[in-house]
Design a protein around this ligand. Structure first.
Ligand code: SAH
Length: 257
């Protein structure tokens, strides 16, 4: 209930400013956190192993950076979020409306690290074409979309959501199992998330987060029925500890149901 109440005050623009503008979104060096996240995703999708009809992104929030490498490998990308304000922010970007957040530096950077010489506008167009559904979701329900996804997703992505909506580790495991219900057996799951974080700010909202260690992520994936393929982590440099949260680092996990 406290979490739900906290999210009523979540300000998408403040969240974007805190996490997706400099200093965290600085593309001049791979030392910064946003380029690290984008590289994890670009390298994982570069294998060509993760592909199919549908990829679902759980708790997309107001962001699309997490879909930039994914969108080349799926016919449809389904974005989801609990909050209408975030779904609206995403819709503005998907429709190319004025006032939408400017993701072009992210798109340019991903094209650069993917190294195919693709004009960034082509990737932007492709993601907008493939992002056809932006759905409400609640990961605390065994059926997070209110009904099964038919057919189930071939891949699942979730960034900075499950630990940011779970009061404790047991709830995190349950949420992971719930979102696993949206994925076909054998499907790939990619998680990005916060390590050692107890809160983050989004304007007037101060959201509690369950602090996780790498070992918690390993155990949660196993308990929720996933086989771990890869786990990497990043230590937040002092210059990026800006007070918008108390995060120690970031994990990236690749697992299979
Ligand atoms: N994926 C984005 C946003 C993460 S912020 C990124 O990488 O930055 C956490 C998100 O979880 C917010 O967008 C919030 O609206 C969403 N959320 C809150 N409660 C939720 C719930 N019960 N189920 C699913 N998502 C929820």
């Amino acid at each position: 209930a406290a979490l739900r109440e906290g999210y009523e005050h979540f300000d998408p623009r403040a969240y974007l400013r805190n996490n997706y503008l400099p200093p965290r979104a600085d593309f001049s060096s791979e030392e910064f956190v946003v380029p690290w996240k984008l590289r994890c995703l670009a390298e994982t999708f570069a294998s060509g192993e993760i592909r199919g009809r549908t990829l679902i992104d759980v708790g997309s929030g107001p962001t699309i950076y997490q879909l930039l490498s994914a969108c080349d490998h799926f016919e449809e990308i389904v974005a989801t979020d609990y909050l209408a304000v975030n779904r609206e922010e995403l819709g503005r970007w998907a429709r190319g409306e004025p006032g939408a957040f400017d993701w072009s530096p992210f798109i340019q950077h991903v094209c650069k690290i993917e190294g195919r010489g693709e004009p960034w506008q082509d990737k932007e167009r492709r993601l907008r074409q493939r992002l056809r559904r932006i759905l409400p979701i609640d990961v605390h329900r065994p059926e997070p979309l209110g009904a099964p996804l038919r057919p189930p997703a071939d891949a699942l992505l979730s960034a900075f959501c499950l630990e940011a909506v779970s009061p404790d580790r047991a709830a995190f495991v349950r949420a992971l199992a719930h979102v696993g219900n949206l994925l076909r057996p054998g499907g790939h799951a990619l998680l990005l998330g916060a390590l050692g974080e107890s809160f983050y700010l989004a304007g007037p909202a101060r959201l509690p987060v369950v602090p996780l260690q790498e070992s918690d992520v390993r155990e949660a994936l196993a308990a929720a029925g996933f086989a771990l393929r890869e786990l990497r982590s990043y230590a937040m440099p002092p210059a990026l500890r800006t007070g918008v949260d108390d995060v120690d680092g970031v994990f990236f996990a690749h697992a299979q149901k």
